[in-house]
Design a binder for this molecule. Structure first.
Ligand SMILES: Cc1cc2nc3c(=O)[nH]c(=O)nc-3n(C[C@H](O)[C@H](O)[C@H](O)COP(=O)(O)O)c2cc1C
Ligand code: SF4
Ligand code: SF4
Length: 425
């Protein structure tokens, strides 16, 4: 059995699976049941004021055969007074001292307000703090959440205020509703944050009711933008994690969040630089017990590769994530169709014919009288489209064509040209 424990900026956890600050972490009852089920940590539903909410507040996007492919909410932070939350957090930490308990915080842009709440939550022995600079609705209109997370100066200042009194590590939770997350991540780092977490939810309008002509969800006849999460946001979150992980100006550990549903997603986030992950939608969709499969899967993955500790894979793929200018322009792949499994649905032919490079021919086979699909490899640009649309997994393989030319990136090409050389592709 591999060692699944992690150390995120000094915060110890028995495994990398934490529940994100959200409905699953709204009470002691829930967090304690989650710890019993196997979750290594929990970021408590954001503490702060006022305790206000709306109904209804969630919407789900079902896509293809999958329910809750995307999820959206217009909920606010905690629905309980601070004292009640503190009491339940205290009980939870006493019952589960080895599990990780993080307090998510959101207060007004005032130094005393930050000092006060930090002291209160640290007094009950939390393992760390997470500053919620990501919530995109409700609080943002009042200058909190993503209203802070969109301004590097505000982030830096509020982190500094927190660090003036904080005894435990400070994680800054960032909003994806911004042009380049590295700028806000750098600001958090400059302010003294010990780690960053990402992503909070993405601005979204989930849908419009075709009969009632109302946004989904709506509150008494009106809707507002909500926060989008769930499997659909994973690629966006993974990119943001990777961009921050490879930016030396960020330079602090990352807690990965966004569309993580199983151990595979987790490994991807770890390889791209996250030291642990947080999960919300998958737990809301399937319940706390999904963590059993996550733990088993991660453990088997590591054991099969002879990797002793989960910390050994953190960031191992970050160096492979680069800028377009560094990609080898002389690398070439082509599509190859495996006839044995092809069901002759013609989807690949249509895709290539209509929207790519017209290089999949339909060839009558004289022997069988059937039609075969054949790729003209000299014309194939290796775009992957046919293999993406093919309904039979593995039937279209993308195969590397060896090149007699040396690797050459755009940046190398431009440098050679600038130096007066010639550069043939
Ligand atoms: C209903 C709901 C409420 C949420 N409330 C909070 C919150 O109070 N504080 C916070 O930092 N994030 C909150 N989040 C965001 C989640 O913590 C998480 O960042 C986001 O859902 C992405 O993860 P996921 O794709 O696993 O759901 C909330 C998300 C949902 C769906
Ligand atoms: S990889 Fe692209 S260009 Fe090549 S056959 Fe498939 S769709 Fe056509
Ligand atoms: S899409 Fe796949 S299964 Fe359909 S014809 Fe092309 S190769 Fe065959």
């Amino acid at each position: 059995m591999a060692d699944l424990s992690i150390n995120l900026a000094g915060i110890q956890s028995p495994n990398p699976f934490w529940l994100a600050s959200a409905p699953p972490t709204n009470s002691g009852y829930q967090v304690q049941r989650a710890f019993e089920a196997g979750w290594g940590g929990a970021v408590w539903k954001t503490l702060g004021e006022p305790i206000i909410n709306v109904t209804s507040r969630f919407a789900g996007l079902n896509f293809g055969g999958q329910r809750v492919f995307g999820f959206n909410n217009i909920e606010l932070i905690t629905d309980k007074p601070l004292e009640v939350n503190l009491k339940e957090m205290d009980e939870t930490k006493r019952r589960f001292p080895k599990h990780t308990l993080i307090a998510s915080l959101m207060v007004e842009h005032k130094q005393e307000a930050w000092h006060e709440i930090v002291k209160k939550v640290e007094a009950i022995g939390v393992d760390g703090l997470e500053l919620n600079f990501g919530c995109p609705h409700g609080m943002a209109e009042r200058g909190m959440g993503s209203a802070v997370g969109q301004h590097p100066d505000l982030i830096r200042q509020q982190v500094e205020w927190v660090k003036e009194v904080a005894q435990t590590p400070v994680i800054v939770k960032l909003t994806p509703n911004i042009t380049d997350i590295r700028f806000t991540a750098r600001a958090a780092s400059q302010g003294g944050a010990d780690a960053i977490s990402m992503i909070n939810t993405i601005n979204s309008l989930m849908g419009v009711d075709l009969d009632k002509w109302l946004p989904i969800p709506h509150v008494d006849g009106k809707g507002a933008h909500g926060g989008y999460c769930g499997p659909a946001v994973k690629p966006i979150a993974l990119n943001m994690v990777a961009e921050c992980a490879r930016d030396p100006k960020v330079g602090i550990p990352i807690s990965g969040i966004g569309g993580i549903s199983d151990w595979r997603d987790t490994v991807e986030f770890l390889l791209m630089g996250a030291t642990g992950v947080q999960v919300c939608t998958a737990a809301m969709h399937h319940g706390f017990r999904i963590v059993e499969d996550m733990i088993d899967g991660l453990n088997n993955y590591l054991d099969q590769r002879g990797i002793a500790s989960v910390m050994d894979i953190v960031g191992k793929a970050v160096h492979t994530y680069s800028d377009w200018g560094h990609l080898n322009l002389n690398y070439k792949v082509v599509a190859r169709i495996h006839e044995e499994t092809c069901i002759n649905c013609n989807k690949c032919h249509i895709a290539c014919e209509d929207t790519s490079h017209q290089c999949i021919d339909i060839v009558p086979d004289a022997a069988t009288g059937k039609e075969r699909l054949v790729v003209r490899e000299e014309d194939c640009v290796g775009c992957n489209l046919c293999s993406i649309v093919c309904p039979v997994e593995g039937t279209i393989e993308m195969v590397e064509i060896p090149s007699d030319k040396a690797p050459l990136s755009w940046n190398q090409r431009q440098a050679a040209l600038a130096a007066g050389g010639s550069c043939e592709l």
